[in-house]
Write a new protein. Structure first.
Length: 115
């Protein structure tokens, strides 16, 4: 399974970005897909996840600003709409997918929020 993430970039504080992630190489639907991020000098942390049934989970720091969704027309494709971005949202964002006991990671996409 390969995960391809895209959509990162440089944005001013208060701006928006949308990240996309598509999993390929499997005919099975992923049970959970999500986004994690890693800021410079910090550990990787959960941003948001969504289950195959559509249940979502968010880090407290992004609730009300970020929205995770799955594409109903494209299997194993997930988006992260990021609004009202803050400088502390800066980091490398990694897509993750889970099926059964298998966990897959994408290569990461850099998000930089300038103040």
């Amino acid at each position: 399974v390969q995960l391809q993430a895209s959509g990162g970039g440089l944005v001013q504080a208060g701006g928006s970005l949308r990240l996309s992630c598509a999993a390929s190489g499997t005919i099975f639907s992923m049970n959970v897909m999500g986004w994690y991020r890693q800021a410079p000098g910090k550990q990787r942390e959960l941003v948001a996840t969504i289950t195959r049934g559509g249940s979502t989970n968010y880090a407290d720091s992004v609730k009300g600003r970020f929205t995770i969704s799955r594409d109903n027309n494209k299997k194993n494709t997930v988006y992260l709409q990021m609004n009202s971005l803050k400088p502390e949202d800066t980091g490398v964002y990694y897509c993750q997918s889970v099926r059964d006991v298998y966990v897959y990671w994408g290569q990461g996409t850099l998000v930089t929020v300038s103040s």
